[in-house]
Design a protein around this ligand. Structure first.
Ligand code: GLC
Length: 519
């Protein structure tokens, strides 16, 4: 896709590099491993790859604690590997997006080392220091403040104490951070995913957050002073101008504690291209995974995004959430994963596909001693952390699922002898081939990429809608239920697209999906 709007119609595939493919037998995935798998990604039909962090890191938050923003951690490869990855991806028409963790650094970052060396250090003000803490709570538990005995002050961190927040209000910090974006733009990257961007600025006076009802300390306050400050807008304008000084670059923000109004406020022609709204990710966790609830969420986002002229994103899985297939499927049955993938790939918005989602990868079953993720260690068993969704990719049925020659950093899911890419490649009825088919349809039918979303009335248990441009109408029906239901197509003549070759009938089998195009 050549157009400057590639990110609207394209599909973005998220890779968690340490779990994708290990090329050198150290149990950790790496950049050369990703290069090995580019042809697989091309065969899926995705347009861009978002790489979770591969920068040098002490791994206190598995890469989201960065100790050098302009380098590759030697465990993941070298800058030369990175350049080769960009070149090889571009040769195949795949774009590369980087994960920019700019709210905080690692406490091992030279900036912080220097800042904490003395109160008069020239970099002291690059972080946020106070003599006394306010009431803010950290997202991963405990206070946002940690005492530094050497200099006798507290520093601020919204996540773990190993992730001090930088002071974006300091002009030198702002400059240094924008230089990091420039560094990667110059290396040819096509865009960025901004980690917790809406927390960059804190209220300058650091007032206490007001209380609200919630389970953990962090949830028990309204986050009105530790994020979403007005200073974010001019920064986004500046960042966008920087991106626009290169052709066809893109930025999507991870909106922390997203509400739809908040999300659209950060997007626009002089702000971010897009920001995550995570509309469906709480289904089957806190809300029912059913058509009525999903339709309500779709309509709310359609209304707000449409009115704001902002293009939505659709996410069902990522490295912070239980995988969609684990949330929606019973046992090994992939029927609900098919429904989820159809939703992901036929709603209006940019789909984000998380590695392994195309083969229905399930969360790892982990025991307490196997938990590595800091919030999981802290809150077990109420919250088991995010290791489950970060397991090694399952390539084939060889030892370690073809991911590595060595014991991987997280164990391989025990279902790998049956659930793997190679097995699904050769099975025409597999989830992988179903995903490929859906992606191919999305590429073939402009209505699925850019058509309006038109809800249809449908029997209980069914979600039915049209995607419609002036020239084309595609009908989508998803039977979430385990019963056969009547779901007649709207008036007119229809050609069935999925299942292939089926005649457009008035009934949908249990958990069946129907896509048809008006002729
Ligand atoms: C974002 C990331 C998450 C990380 C946190 C702190 O929410 O998605 O994985 O732990 O930021 O960087």
């Amino acid at each position: 896709m050549e157009s400057s709007q590639w990110w609207r119609e394209g599909i973005i595939y998220q890779i968690y590099p340490r779990s994708f493919k290990d090329s050198n037998g150290d149990g950790l995935g790496d950049l050369p491993g990703i290069i090995e798998k580019l042809d697989y990604l091309l065969s899926l039909g995705v347009d861009a790859l978002w790489l979770s962090p591969f920068y040098p890191t002490p791994d206190k938050d598995f890469g989201y604690d960065v100790s050098d923003h302009c380098a590759v951690d030697p465990r993941f490869g070298t800058l030369a590997d990175f350049d080769r990855l960009v070149a090889e991806a571009h040769r195949r028409g795949l774009r590369i997006l980087l994960d920019m963790v700019m709210n905080h650094t690692s406490d091992q970052h030279p900036w912080f080392q220097e800042a904490r060396s003395s109160r008069t250090s020239p970099k002291r003000d690059w972080y946020i220091w106070r003599d006394r803490p306010n009431n803010w709570q950290a997202a991963f538990g405990g206070r946002t403040w940690t005492y530094d005995p050497q200099t006798g002050q507290y520093y601020l961190h919204l996540f773990t104490p190993a992730q001090p927040d930088v002071n974006w209000r300091n002009p030198a910090v702002r400059q240094a951070q924008l230089d990091v974006f420039r560094f990667w733009l110059e290396r040819g990257v096509d865009g960025f995913r901004l980690d917790v961007f809406n927390a960059y600025f804190k209220h300058p006076d650091l007032p206490d957050n007001p209380p609200q009802f919630g389970l953990r300390g962090f949830d028990r306050q309204r986050h009105i002073y530790d994020m979403d400050q007005p200073e974010m807008m001019p920064l986004l304008n500046e960042l966008r101008a920087l991106l626009d000084s290169y052709p066809e670059r893109y930025a999507v923000g991870e909106t922390y504690l997203a509400t739809l109004d908040k999300v659209v406020s950060y997007c626009g022609p002089d702000k971010l291209h897009a920001a995550f709204s995570f509309d469906f990710t709480s289904a089957a966790l806190f809300y029912p995974w059913n058509p009525a609830w999903i339709l309500k969420k779709i309509l709310a986002r359609e209304r707000i995004f449409e009115a704001a002229g902002v293009w939505p994103t659709t996410v069902l899985s990522n490295h912070d959430l239980p995988r969609a297939a684990s949330r929606y499927c019973r046992g090994e049955d992939d029927s609900q994963a098919r429904i989820a993938l159809t939703l992901l790939l036929t709603l209006r918005g940019t789909p984000f596909l998380y590695y392994g989602e195309e083969i229905g990868l399930r969360d790892l079953p982990l025991k307490r001693h196997e938990i590595l993720d800091p919030p999981g260690q802290k809150y077990w068993p109420i919250y088991k952390g995010r290791d489950g969704c970060r397991g090694p990719m399952q390539w084939d049925d060889s030892p370690q699922a073809g991911f590595s020659q060595a014991q991987p950093w997280l164990k391989v899911h025990p279902d790998y002898p049956r659930r793997n890419v190679a097995a699904q490649e050769s099975d025409p009825a597999s989830l992988l081939n179903f995903t490929r088919r859906l992606i191919a349809l999305r590429r073939e039918y402009p209505a699925l990429r850019r058509g309006a979303f038109v809800p249809l009335s449908a029997p209980a248990g069914v979600l039915a809608y049209l995607r419609r441009t002036e020239a084309q109408t595609v009908f989508v029906a998803l039977n979430f239920s385990r019963r056969e239901v009547r779901a007649p197509l709207p008036e007119g003549e229809w050609q069935t697209l999925l299942p292939e070759g089926a005649s457009p009938a008035g009934a949908l089998g249990p958990q069946q999906i129907l896509l048809a195009c008006k002729v």
